[in-house]
Design a protein around this ligand. Structure first.
Ligand code: APR
Length: 247
């Protein structure tokens, strides 16, 4: 059994404010690939081709195929939220202080587990938008260059509502305000490779927050955290949430 932090009670009160950041690692045990593990997505496809505006301009059909495959994968009934997603949803329901969940993930497993106060800073796989009129639509089927915008009826402008490298993540003002006011920052299942998310721990520490990393192994930013618990998310996250709810 993973030993969970015993110092939380020394730092955190039940009415404190918490910001939680999640990455692909929290969805791994639900059956979704991470990006940088040995069998990860970026070991199979070049991110320059499918996760940049330049890649989309160069070959939109390749990009649509990449996200269509991932959208179909997410619709597989075998892909379900796991105990870590469920624990964070329970924490949101029962925590007496402010709590904001920020995810880098574009899957909908947090919502399906019951989380409501959630920011998808890198967008959502089940959303698309029209580059002409900027209208965002929920889209569960395949997308192609032939699709017509349901709002402005123009063709060829529909793209995944996913934040690509070089684009500005969503709701950054709200995220930085929450980081500047939080008492506890928890990072779960992220390698600390990609900014601005990788810099959130420094923002939180600068605001005086206690910082905890819950990850399978130490991330690139592990040394910036006051403490870390390493293990699979379905084990360490429920145990950590139980610790918080015992305060
Ligand atoms: N439990 C907890 N952590 C896990 C598990 C698990 N079962 N399996 C893997 N991990 C950890 C890995 O050790 C790694 O540190 O999850 C992390 C996943 O790292 P990445 O694959 O880099 O994913 P992430 O950090 O979310 O990537 C950030 O990069 O490509 C972009 O937009 C993409 O949002 C993504 C961003």
């Amino acid at each position: 059994m993973t030993t969970i932090s015993s110092t939380i009670a020394n730092h955190i009160k039940p009415t404190d404010s918490i910001v939680i950041l999640t990455g692909a690692g929290i969805s791994k045990e639900s059956g979704l690939d991470t990006f940088r593990c040995a069998d990860g997505i970026w070991a199979k496809v070049d991110l320059e081709d499918v996760a940049t505006p330049q890649g989309f301009a160069r070959d939109p059909n390749l990009v649509h195929r990449f996200y269509n495959d991932r959208r179909r994968g997410l619709a597989d009934p075998a892909i379900q939220p796991n105990a870590a997603h469920a624990a964070l949803a329970e924490l949101e329901r029962r925590w007496k202080g402010e709590l904001l969940l920020v995810t880098q993930n574009i899957d909908d497993l947090h919502e399906r587990a019951g989380s409501k106060t959630l920011i998808h800073m890198h967008g959502e796989l089940r959303k698309v938008f029209c580059v002409h009129c900027r209208t965002v639509e929920t889209w569960d089927g395949d997308l192609s260059v032939h699709d017509v915008c349901p709002t402005c009826a123009r063709k060829g402008g529909m793209r995944p509502d996913v934040v690509w490298f070089g684009e500005m993540p969503y709701q950054m003002d709200r995220i930085y305000r929450a980081l500047g006011a939080c008492d506890l920052f928890v990072s779960i299942g992220t390698s600390g490779n990609v900014y601005p998310a990788a810099g959130f721990v420094a923002e939180a520490r600068g605001a005086g927050a206690h910082t905890v990393e819950l990850n399978l192994e130490p991330s690139l930013g592990a040394s910036h955290f006051a403490e870390a618990v390493n293990g699979p998310a379905t084990e360490v996250v429920p145990a950590f949430v139980a610790e918080l709810l015992r305060l």
